[in-house]
Design a protein around this ligand. Structure first.
Ligand SMILES: *[C@@H]1O[C@H](CO)[C@@H](O)[C@H](O)[C@H]1NC(C)=O
Length: 217
């Protein structure tokens, strides 16, 4: 009896845990050995607030000292790694960069369907990135469960790029934003298909190159 109750409690805990980016280390991540212990967010896995008040990055890009956790070279391949067990059936994810302190994020890779059923995804840093400090983001629309947007952000520094922040933003689409009080909502059990997924696209779940954009907003 006791162990059943305990198991029940444990699975509740796991359900509440969702997913979080563990690499590159997000602002305030417990995975980052250099995070000031008083700043650690132990619920990094929780989604953005539905009213959008902590979009983007749970607000952490704005109130956490900028310290690049990794350096990206244009043209090279790196990974994003996720932690947690509550994948909510997967969904669709985007990887993006911001050069304007989080005012805009532009897509470098979209994984449409089945994300994050795998815990690590490779991506290539485009050749046309701008050099210097940037915010790297992982955003996620879960397939099953409440309609939510997840977003974790990491401070990175970039070199070897041929672009400027402006040319990069012009060449790569803005991230998809929904479920944060902006008048756009995803639909449970219907895969989110980004209208403008950018150049690097991976398909999973039941999304294919023929899938129409959904939702359209
Ligand atoms: C992802 O990259 C980091 C940093 O290079 C590395 O330590 C880690 O092993 C990589 N993870 C996977 C699953 O390849």
């Amino acid at each position: 009896m006791f162990s059943k109750a305990l198991l029940g409690l444990m699975s509740l805990g796991l359900c509440a845990a969702h997913m979080e980016m563990s690499w590159p280390y997000p602002f305030r991540s417990k995975f980052d050995p250099q995070t000031d212990p008083s700043l650690i967010d132990y619920s990094m896995t929780s989604p953005l607030l539905p009213d959008g008040s902590n979009f983007p990055c749970k607000g952490y890009h704005a109130n956490t000292p900028f310290r690049a956790v990794t350096e990206y070279q244009a043209g090279q391949t790196y990974n994003v790694t996720l932690a947690g067990t509550a994948t909510h059936g997967g969904g669709s994810c985007q990887l993006s960069l911001s050069y304007d302190n989080g005012a805009s994020f532009h897509v470098i890779k979209s994984i449409m369907g089945g994300c994050p059923l795998e815990l690590t995804y490779d991506f290539q840093v485009p050749n046309d990135v701008a050099n210097g400090d940037a915010i790297f983001a992982w955003s996620w629309f879960n397939l099953i469960g409440n309609r939510e947007m997840y977003m974790n952000c990491a401070a990175v520094t970039i070199s070897g790029g041929s672009g400027t922040p402006e040319s990069f933003a012009a060449a790569h689409p803005p991230i998809f934003v929904a479920n944060v009080g902006n008048g756009c909502s995803t639909v449970e059990r219907q895969e989110t298909v980004f209208a403008d997924p950018g150049d690097q696209v991976e398909y999973g779940g039941n999304v294919s190159p023929d899938s129409p954009p959904f939702p359209q907003c």
